[in-house]
Design a protein around this ligand. Structure first.
Ligand code: C5P
Length: 315
């Protein structure tokens, strides 16, 4: 039985609107998600025994059952005990390039890669929708991470409609090394402060979702209009994160001062991204903001929008 190497891209949110509460305790969302070329590598290897092990080169990534990659393997082992019995356990090695607790779905994309890789290694033959259904049990962003590209995500974030490919755009990302924002904190604080704006009637909910689906951001994406996409970036979670973390707001302002297409915090933060139309421009903006902020804890990346989710390395 062979080993598999998978590329697991990060995501950014081009749009994140919180619509209401769900009976399961999550939020009803309308998001537009975009995969980027900043990616982890996941190597999975059969180990003749009945165990799951996770190793990661990043000190702060847990190697235990709290790691989403572990949970993905455990879920498949539980659902398909015969495959585990036949093929044995798995050693998962994570080469971490995506910053953690950053709003870039780093943990979710690793879990997505484990699902895709184990489906191959254990010869499960799962369909895309079966994989996505299992993925949703691990986390709201995991189904998108499998599919990748550009997509509208509703419900908890797991109901996906693919949108036009935007692989002509680039992004600069910046994050303070020791600053992480808890997703649970961000949504809980949003609920405390803004729940009076939540809609509860099913019809109102659908109206809000349709408004996004047929709205200006989706239209800008269909026209692959980077300037328009940049102007329409939106993230409701900025309303709680920016007042609490002024350094995130400062970063956003620094990117804005460079005349980028648009800038926004990704997901629950604290990573801030800025859109550009070329790699050269992305590198120019990176250097300018790095010099302007001159902060030793600030880390920067450039990346390209990509049209795929989890894929085999070297293919
Ligand atoms: O689904 P996931 O475990 O990634 O979500 C992390 C946390 O983010 C949830 O526990 C919840 O607090 C919040 N969340 C939410 N509504 C969503 C997605 C996430 O409230 N649709």
């Amino acid at each position: 039985m062979r080993s598999y190497s998978l590329i697991a891209p990060a995501k950014i949110n081009l749009y994140l609107e919180i619509i209401g509460d769900r009976p399961d305790g999550y939020h009803e969302l309308a998001m537009i998600l975009q995969s980027i070329s900043l990616a982890d590598q996941i190597d999975i290897e059969p180990i003749g025994i009945d165990t799951i092990s996770v190793r990661c080169d990043h000190a702060e990534v847990p190697n235990d059952k709290t790691n989403l990659a572990y949970r993905a393997a455990a879920l498949l082992a539980e659902q398909f005990p015969d495959a585990m019995a036949q093929f044995g356990g798995v050693a998962i090695n994570i080469t971490k390039n995506i910053p953690i607790a950053a709003g870039l779905a780093g943990g979710s994309t690793d879990a997505a890669a484990v699902l895709v890789g184990l489906d191959l290694m254990w010869q499960l033959g799962l369909t895309q929708s079966e994989l996505e259904e299992l993925a949703a049990q691990i986390g709201s962003d995991v189904p998108f991470c499998i599919q990748g590209g550009t997509a509208l995500a509703t419900g908890r974030g797991e109901e996906l409609s693919p949108l036009t490919n935007l692989d002509h755009l680039y992004v600069v990302l910046a994050k303070y090394r020791n600053l992480g924002i808890s997703t649970v904190w961000a949504y809980k604080t949003y609920r405390q402060q803004f729940s009076e704006t939540y809609v509860s009637e099913v019809q109102d909910l659908q109206t809000r979702q349709h408004r996004v689906h047929s709205g200006p951001m989706v239209s800008a994406i269909m026209h692959r209009n980077g300037a328009e996409i940049g102007k329409l970036l939106h993230n409701d979670l900025e309303k709680v994160a920016l007042p609490e973390y002024p350094q995130v707001l400062e970063l956003r302002q620094a990117f804005e001062s460079q005349g980028v297409l648009g800038t926004m915090m990704s997901g629950s933060g604290p990573t801030v991204f800025a859109l550009t139309e070329s790699e050269t421009e992305a590198l120019r903006v990176l250097e300018a903001v790095k010099t302007q902020m001159a902060h030793p804890e600030l880390e920067f990346w450039t990346a390209k929008f990509v049209s795929t989710g989890i894929r085999l390395a070297h293919s």
